[in-house]
Design a protein around this ligand. Sequence first.
Ligand SMILES: NC(=O)c1ccc[n+]([C@@H]2O[C@H](COP(=O)([O-])OP(=O)(O)OC[C@H]3O[C@@H](n4cnc5c(N)ncnc54)[C@H](O)[C@@H]3O)[C@@H](O)[C@H]2O)c1
Length: 379
Amino acid sequence: MGHVSAIRVGIAGGARGAGFLTGLKSLAGRAELAAVYDPQPAALAAFVDQHPDAAACTTYEQLLDSCDVVVLASPQQFHVPQAELALARGIHVLSEVPAAVSLDQAKSLVGAVRTSSARYALAENYCYTRPNLIIQEMVKQGCFGDIYYGEGEYLHEMKSFHTMPDGSPTWRYFWQVGRDGHTYPTHSLGPLLQWTGDRVTAVSCHGTGRHTDPEHALQDTTVTMMRTAAGRLFVIRFDLLSNRPHLMDYYAIQGTKGAYEASRAEGNEPLVYLEGRSPEAQWEPLEKYADEFLPERYRNPPKGAGHWGADAWPITNLITAVENGDPVDLDVYTALDFSLPALAAEASIARGGAWIDVPDPRFFTNGIGVDPGREAPLT
Ligand SMILES: NC(=O)c1ccc[n+]([C@@H]2O[C@H](COP(=O)([O-])OP(=O)(O)OC[C@H]3O[C@@H](n4cnc5c(N)ncnc54)[C@H](O)[C@@H]3O)[C@@H](O)[C@H]2O)c1
């Protein structure tokens, strides 16, 4: 154990949970790994073997007894119930994605955050990849003009993750491929919403049918059209099953003054076109603009941080917000803005692509007596 005043971090879920440790180590003296909980004894033992500083907890309650901040890297259906238990005890929460798996969970989560003294943040790491951070700043400075169109794609062939070696189903079997529509929305949609500060108001979801692994409810490829509060159109493609190499971080935007095209295959460069700045009708490498637009603090992610360095930032940002008493980067409303469109997509695809409204979580009061729409007491 390190410095006495360091913020104690607990991890729920030893697999993905380990992905936060490079970021955490870079905060030495400010925050430290205190404990880990995983209900699977082998997973718990493996984690503690690798990271002997962590106390091994055999219950979630025990984990909460040992930490000031809890990282929820458990399967997605547990994020809300575990967040609520922590928030009720004034323990800050960094939740893996998605934030919630049902509307009831989403409403309940808002209630829990509003009544807690602790902070809640979503660990949406794709908002912090190098290209996405450059684009965020370029959008902020108006380089693309008014953005009216966006695309995001998450294509990740995960067939081997749906069952255990003995054939029994993993959590992904139900929560990711056992539902149709779009069950993992935040990586593809989150950055688009973060760049534009917008919110999805309605979705229409369509699928290709089931060809590759037809036992699953999820169709091979789904495409969800999304309307936003500011009138933008986003198109999100999602695929966990098709036979192909991964493409987990494709985005495109079109604005009145320019366009962005992320790399569509490994080894290709992300490209931008900026009217009046790029050579006439020619794409330029995004990297050309990195020096000018990549915020200083994100320039050097700690070596070894996963997802192209992005995994370091959600934990760094939450710890910094807790230390300074600042609002978090991706708060509960943002977390649900990233997550709720998926629930509407499931309802849409079940009704042949009918447009389904997406609620605004800022109006979820969960019966705690706060006027709908009133700014929530998040601090
Ligand atoms: N942001 C990202 O890039 C990213 C990447 C991978 C996974 N994830 C998310 O992280 C979460 C975990 O995914 P994974 O890939 O580690 O899954 P996994 O199936 O590989 O591992 C899940 C682990 O959680 C443990 N677990 C089960 N129930 C638990 C509970 N109630 N509390 C704590 N731990 C529990 C399991 O025993 C297992 O060790 C999911 O929500 C997933 O969506 C995010």
